[in-house]
Design a binder for this molecule. Sequence first.
Ligand SMILES: NC(=O)c1ccc[n+]([C@@H]2O[C@H](COP(=O)([O-])OP(=O)(O)OC[C@H]3O[C@@H](n4cnc5c(N)ncnc54)[C@H](OP(=O)(O)O)[C@@H]3O)[C@@H](O)[C@H]2O)c1
Length: 364
Amino acid sequence: MEGDRQWIQVARMNGGQFAGENSQFMASVKAPGYEVEIMQKRKLGKLLEVSAIGLGCMGMSGNYGPPEDSQKMIALIRTAVERGVTFFDTAEVYGPFTNEELVGEALAPLRDRIIIATKFGFDIDHKTKERRGLNSRPENIRQVVDASLKRLRTDYIDLLYQHRVDPNVPIEDVAGAVKELIAAGKVKYFGLSEAGAQTIRQAHAVQPVAAVQSEYSLWARDPEPEVLPACEELGIGFVPWSPLGQGFLTGTVNTSRSFESSDVRSWFPRFTPEAIAANQPLVDLLKGIAARKKATPAQIAIGWLLAQKPWIVPIPGTRKLERLDENLGSAKIKLTAEDLREIDSAASNIQVQGARGTGRERYV
Ligand SMILES: NC(=O)c1ccc[n+]([C@@H]2O[C@H](COP(=O)([O-])OP(=O)(O)OC[C@H]3O[C@@H](n4cnc5c(N)ncnc54)[C@H](OP(=O)(O)O)[C@@H]3O)[C@@H](O)[C@H]2O)c1
């Protein structure tokens, strides 16, 4: 299986010099004789190379409670780069706007080493920040990209996703607008989020899609019947969002946990006490495998995704350094074919309760 060794030793410090690829990247490591591990890369589409695990930055600016201190988050993002993460996920709507500003400030000095993914697609009032539905009209896409470039402190976006398919704008028009932005050098690659297989095909015919980003994890397997086969056939990468099930699959959420009103889980259908109790067997399954592998449930949840296909790149989100390290450690977990059969067979007997995500996600 490709990706068995997600981490490869590529360089050995020798008298202050590195041998091997990426030596410039690791030049900050000082200790002589120190063996450096750099996370293996994966490809989204034919050309876009990213670290096997990315970092979802959304939660740093809200969603799971009030925004975290921005200087702490800038330090966390930069530490992720030091750890070998090259793939950072944000969106216009996170904040809104503030998450792109945070990611832009954190990554501006490291721009040439990393890949930034952002997203357009909502209709956001710039004064009140009110979200008024979807807007993927080409003129809005162009305006959003110009504003995102400023907030991200860059002159190109590596990967630009449509955040949600807009039923009022033909996907061919959206793909055509992104194609023009690519020709203008403002965008490098095109992505879709929560799109159905037919939409992916239509978009790809106009402008090749590098990556589809949709919710995927052991408790949200919606991409498996149609979207993943379409991605495989067309050579498109897949980026699972909420790979830890908004934290549930880590085993840190139980029925006594309450969520403040600024935490989306206070109204997400899968985080009612009834759903948490009903879905506990999934966490127990992960805990069992984790104990055997000397790993954590979070690492098994991410490792399971990595093991599905070599073109899948999860983007777990965290505000905490120790969890960043824990999540990146998933790349070292080796799940055998037998482990994967066991997980699949046990998971297929667990009926997950509650609609995923906001409860409104539907492929279009
Ligand atoms: N395209 C879309 O529509 C869409 C939708 C949602 C998200 N996304 C993207 O996907 C990224 C990841 O998704 P997500 O943040 O929603 O969900 P996630 O990665 O599944 O889970 C994040 C939650 O799990 C907690 N957590 C992380 N690592 C942990 C660990 N090792 N042990 C215990 N708890 C842990 C985090 O809390 P702490 O911060 O306290 O660690 C946070 O509450 C986002 O940042 C965003 O970039 C995209």
